[in-house]
Design a protein. Structure first.
Length: 263
């Protein structure tokens, strides 16, 4: 009888869905980030991160509760355990205390300088740092990755000319208004936002490290929400079945990965 019962139950157990910790909706906060996440004039959501979330829903059966907030508020909520998942994130030691980072094959997200054509175009990082008329705008609390960006930001802060805004669209708006004359952005963002603000013929983009590997970007899962076993299942999913699907999503939005950024 026990053998018969096991034979009856075994197919059901094997078919049971993996537990991703989704007994209640996953709280995911988005911030406007170029082609990763944006809304059209009708308010419809678009972008590679938005489509990745939809793919996760389809694969896991999880439901998402989505909010749109500034980066500053998102990381405050994440630290307080009020947000379960953050996409398009760069890893830091501080964030690692609150959650588990899973790298994803992002490309088009290595930062470049977007500079007004009214200024001379710097050919090197040294020329950029020595530029006397530069007035830079940045997103408050955003990590720009490479050390020379952080050096530039700190230099501008010390000179008292750094302008900080709550989100990337606000920085582009400041450029449009002439409050700043340069910003740091990635192709994922400027391909959407330069045309949106009518700036594509008024600026140059400068890549100071064209052969560098892409920034190590991905998503964070909250330690307060997900157990180590659940996080391991998420990692296996994102590094397995969803890896190629996410690459296809990015290719549709950005084109093929540049040779220097092949994942």
């Amino acid at each position: 009888m026990k053998t018969l019962l096991w034979l009856l139950l075994c197919p059901l157990l094997l078919a049971a869905p993996a537990d991703y910790g989704c007994s209640r909706p996953v709280r995911a906060d988005f911030f406007p980030f170029g082609l990763a996440y944006w809304r059209d004039d009708a308010g419809q959501q678009h972008g590679s991160d938005f489509e990745l979330m939809q793919a996760i829903e389809q694969e896991t059966g999880c439901r998402f509760e989505v909010s749109e907030l500034s980066r500053v508020l998102i990381w405050k909520k994440f630290a307080a355990g009020q947000t379960d998942l953050v996409l398009s994130a760069l890893p830091t030691a501080e964030r690692d205390r609150w959650g588990h980072f899973i790298a994803l094959p992002y490309w088009g997200n290595r930062n470049q300088l977007v500079i007004s054509r009214q200024l001379s175009r710097p050919a090197t990082v040294e020329a950029l740092l020595a530029h006397p008329q530069l007035k830079l705008g940045v997103v408050r609390s955003y990590r720009y990755g490479e050390s020379f960006w952080e050096q530039l930001i700190e230099q501008q802060r010390q000179r008292g000319v750094l302008v900080e805004a709550p989100d990337l669209e606000s920085v582009y708006r400041l450029l449009k208004l002439g409050r700043i004359n340069a910003l740091i952005s990635a192709p994922m963002s400027y391909r959407l936002l330069l045309p949106r603000f009518g700036l594509q013929n008024q600026v140059d983009t400068v890549d100071f490290s064209p052969d560098a590997p892409p920034l190590r970007a991905g998503l964070y899962l909250s330690h307060q929400r997900f157990s180590p076993a659940e996080i391991a299942r998420w990692e296996a999913l994102l590094n397995g079945p969803l890896q190629e699907r996410f690459k296809s999503i990015l290719t549709r939005h950005l084109g093929p990965a540049p040779l220097a950024e092949q994942p």
